[in-house]
Design a protein around this ligand. Structure first.
Ligand SMILES: Nc1ncnc2c1ncn2[C@@H]1O[C@H](COP(=O)(O)OP(=O)(O)OP(=O)(O)O)[C@@H](O)[C@H]1O
Ligand SMILES: [Mg+2]
Length: 552
């Protein structure tokens, strides 16, 4: 057994002893037997420490087991009852602990998983890790974002290192696990720290960050702008700081129009007809005869071509078929007279919520594509024309924008891939959010060096997470189904060592919160009663009226 040095043993005196190392150990894990009276002090995910001949290891309890050598599972029930009535047997309580870090010296905590080169010797005493050590391990370095506390210790706050965002982040969990809630917490912190944030928000989850409350100051709420298509029917029609989200149709290239209208490459004749009509409108613009043009104008041109007897029948026919595609664009809400000035999003300490709720996948993709294009231009230009501060780009429902190759491509997909591969050089940091990691392009997911993983029970998605994350070992992987709502495993550059956290309360209002079925049913009951009462009253009034007017 390793004997701690004398200065170390005095440091150990103040610690709470909970067990003794038994059986076989390795540099990455050990097993210890827990003192029977202290069994409840060492739950799963609790932190312990054990001395080596020099320094200590900090470890997290991964496995919990209780064993009886007397009460065998093959025994008859009556035999078990007799034994338990007459014998006092102390069950054995074992814990399997995963080594997280090595500490040279309690007063100068240095962390380094690789540096644990020795196994803790059997017979070594195990102690509960004291708060001040965990605080140091999890306080993060440089600027940090306060997102919650350790699941097992509500007094130990977790600070995510802002520098950890340089290598992109993925937030992954099944529906309802709390991804958007946590993303909102991260946005609150980033905004307070001066960040420039853009979020693609397909469910209007973040639009209420424009509303101040007691904990979310008017100053911060005013730094949030919601961009929304004027015709979209939003769940939150009354919120403030809204700007129009629109694309001027004549700003689109032909390829962009083909994509928006769904005119596939193989429809060469239809594409040719649209090109002809488009070029006519462009010429009119260049000749100064019009400022812009709309999908209606393009349809008008196609109608003219389709009814022009000077055109050959093939051209007329193709123009006629093109009309139905372009008519679809007329019904979309995103084409206006002007293209939103996306450049306005590039100001320090500002959050732009791109409310894509109510839009089709193609519309949402087209808008995301135009914004991504602007971000790349702004961040790759020389400083005087570009934007020098980091841009944090949150992509909700990432699987919609960046699907695997086999599921077809989107317009945003190549730009997101480029940002994932090179963005950190220019200061564009991705935060991908998805409930279907298996439906997100693996190249992009594996570029996310940090991952925040919440509850996942679907085995296909669990595998996808494991494959894209070198840092999520098999042991943490097994914890995924056991997490509760609002709990998360953080691995990668955001924290010194992996952390299992409980996310803190939001300061700003959330948008897409779950409906409270209980409350709504009560309200429905009240409303039904009111309606009955109203009907009864109306009938009574009608009877009175009839009597009064002599109608009876
Ligand atoms: N840390 C938390 N504290 C309190 N409530 C939470 C927390 N996390 C989530 N919730 C609540 O749980 C519900 C679901 O959370 P959220 O919308 O963030 O889930 P999600 O993972 O984004 O789901 P989806 O994939 O469907 O978008 C919400 O009503 C939210 O208020
Ligand atoms: Mg969500």
């Amino acid at each position: 057994m390793d004997k701690p040095a004398s200065s170390m043993s005095s440091a150990l005196d103040s610690l709470e002893e909970v067990g003794i190392v038994v059986g076989e150990s390795s540099p990455s894990s050990f097993v210890f037997s827990v003192h029977p009276d202290l069994n409840n002090r060492v739950p799963r995910w609790e932190y312990v420490m054990a001395p080596l001949s020099k320094g200590f290891v900090i470890a997290q309890v991964q496995g919990v087991a209780t064993y009886s050598s007397l009460l065998k599972k093959e025994m008859e029930y009556q035999a078990l009852a007799r034994l338990t009535a007459h014998t006092v047997e102390e069950c054995k309580h074992w814990r399997q602990a995963r080594v997280l870090a090595y500490i040279d010296d309690i007063s100068k905590i240095s962390v380094g998983y690789k540096r644990v080169r020795y196994a803790v010797a059997p017979g070594t005493k195990v102690y509960l890790a004291p708060d001040h050590i965990l605080e140091k391990l999890y306080s993060g370095s440089g600027k940090t974002l306060y997102v919650g506390h350790l699941v097992t210790r509500s007094n130990i706050k977790i600070g995510l290192s802002v520098n950890g965002f340089r290598r992109h982040v993925a937030i992954i969990a099944q529906t309802g696990a709390g991804k958007s809630y946590l993303a909102g917490v991260i946005m609150e912190e980033l905004l307070q720290k001066g960040g420039t944030i853009i979020v693609f928000d397909p469910h209007a989850d973040y639009v209420r960050m424009t509303e101040p409350n007691e904990e979310w100051s008017a100053d911060l709420a005013n730094r949030v702008t919601v961009y929304r298509v004027p015709t979209s029917i939003s769940r939150y029609p009354t919120i403030k700081n809204v700007k129009n989200l629109s694309i001027c149709f004549s700003d689109l290239s032909l390829d962009e129009i083909f994509y928006a209208a769904g005119i596939d490459e193989k429809f060469t004749n239809i594409r040719r007809a649209v090109t002809q009509a488009y070029n006519r409108l462009r010429n009119e613009m260049e000749g100064g005869n019009r400022r812009t043009f709309t999908p209606e104008d393009l349809r008008g041109q196609l109608e003219r071509i389709s009814t022009n007897n000077n055109e050959d029948s093939q051209t007329r026919n193709s123009a006629f078929r093109a009309i139905s595609y372009i008519s679809r664009l007329e019904r979309l809400g995103i084409f206006g007279d002007e293209t939103t000035r996306f450049s306005e999003m590039f100001v320090p300490q500002h959050l732009s919520v791109i409310d894509l709720s109510g839009l089709s996948d193609r519309e949402a993709d087209l808008i995301a594509y135009m914004i991504l294009r602007e971000i790349i231009v702004k961040k790759t230009q020389p400083e005087e024309r570009g934007f020098k501060y980091p841009v944090f780009l949150f992509i909700e429902e990432a699987h919609r924008f960046i699907p695997p190759d086999k599921s077809g491509s989107t317009w945003s997909s190549p730009l997101i891939k480029r940002i994932a591969a090179e963005g950190r050089k220019f200061g564009i940091f991705l935060i991908l959010i998805s409930q279907r990691p298996s439906k997100v392009h693996q190249d992009v997911l594996s570029q996310c060096n940090s991952q925040i993983i919440m509850r996942i029970t679907n085995p296909v998605d669990q595998r996808a997470v494991l494959e894209s994350s070198e840092k999520l070992g098999e042991e943490l992987f097994e914890d995924l189904p056991g997490l509760d709502k609002g709990e998360a495993i953080v691995v990668g550059d955001l924290t010194n060592i992996p952390a299992i956290i409980s996310v803190r309360k939001r300061r700003s209002y959330e948008g897409g919160a779950d409906v409270n079925v209980d409350e709504l049913l009560d309200e429905a009951l009240r409303s039904a009663k009111d309606e009955d009462e109203r009907k009864r009253q109306t009938e009574e009034d009608w009877e009175k009226f009839k009597r009064w007017s002599g109608l009876e």
